[in-house]
Each structure stands twice: as C-alpha cells, then as structure tokens.
Design a protein around this ligand. Structure first.
Ligand SMILES: [Fe+2]
Ligand SMILES: [Fe+2]
Length: 170
C-alpha cells in the first residue's frame, strides 16, 4: 500500500507534509473500521481473518509513516528549530509524540503476535485505538499550529532547501 503522496511533484514542503497527513488520516479511518469489526459480535474465524489483514496497516506505519517522521525530524524541525527552538515548545512536543507513536505501534504489533498464541484480541483494539487517537491529534496540531509557524518563519530559500532534502528521504 503506497498511498503516501509522491512529494517529488510538489514544490512546497509544508504542502507535501500536509498531503502525507491526508494519507495518514485515510489509513487511520481504515484501522478504525477494522477495530470496530474486530471488537464486535463476530465469529472467531472472521475475527482471525480481519486481524490478519491488519498487516496492511502495520506496514504503512513501519514504512510510510516512518519516512514522514524522518522528513520532519531530520529536515523540517532542525531548520524551523532555528526560529522557535527544539528543546522546548511545539517541536519538543512533536518529537515526544513521534516516540510515543513508535512505542504504541510496537505494542500494537506485539498484541497482534500475542493474539495468535492466546486468542486475546482486546489488547489489539485498545492499542489500535490509542494509536488512532495519538496520531489524529498529532497531525491536527502540526497542520494547525506548527505548520502555520513554518509558513510564517521560513524563507523561500529555506523552503526550497527543505523540499530538496525531503526528496532524498526514502
Ligand atoms: Fe509529526
Ligand atoms: Fe506530520
């Protein structure tokens, strides 16, 4: 599933990151659909089947979302940090949330593995719900707060440089 936008066609790095967020929202919506079915009154075999399909989501989180995080962590944040700081404030909070997301997604994957041993699916649902909530709020904050700061502060030269570097992250 390669639905993170091909940002090579875009010129503005903030537009490119926002369009990644749209892809993340779609995946989170799909995940919510899966989780509501898994938590519902269904047969064990159907539940097993649905849980098997979650690898589509986990591979998105492991690959595409990780690339998105790296674009922010390695390219945008260091430049924007020159204006608004990194150790405290919004960038600091965003970095903490990336770590929380990585931890939660590991726990989500562990819950999927444990399910195949003991058939307990509740943990998959609770970790998955946690991931949906964390990431929805995270991209909301970036879209509405951090990216506005970036639009106000960054020069066109800096934006071009950021866009160029983001293209090299795969
Ligand atoms: Fe982020
Ligand atoms: Fe983001």
């Amino acid at each position: 599933m390669d639905i993170i936008t091909d940002t090579t066609a875009m010129l503005d790095p903030i537009d490119a990151l926002k369009s990644d967020h749209e892809a993340v929202r779609v995946v989170l919506g799909n995940l919510d659909g899966y989780l509501r079915k898994i938590a519902g009154q269904i047969s064990d075999s159907l539940r097993k089947n649905l849980i098997g399909q979650l690898n589509e989501i986990t591979s998105f989180v492991d690959k595409d979302l990780e690339i998105h995080f790296k674009k922010e962590e390695n390219v945008l944040f260091p430049v924007l940090g020159n204006y608004i700081g990194i150790e405290t404030g919004p960038i600091h909070v965003m970095l903490l949330e990336h770590e929380q997301s990585r931890k939660l997604s590991k726990e989500f994957k562990d819950a999927i593995i444990e399910y195949s041993a003991d058939g307990e699916y509740e943990n998959i649902v609770s970790k998955g719900d946690g991931l949906i909530q964390l990431l929805s709020e995270h991209i909301e904050k970036e879209d509405n707060i951090l990216f506005n700061m970036a639009e106000m502060q960054l020069t066109n030269e800096e934006k071009n440089e950021i866009m160029g570097k983001m293209r090299t992250i795969k």
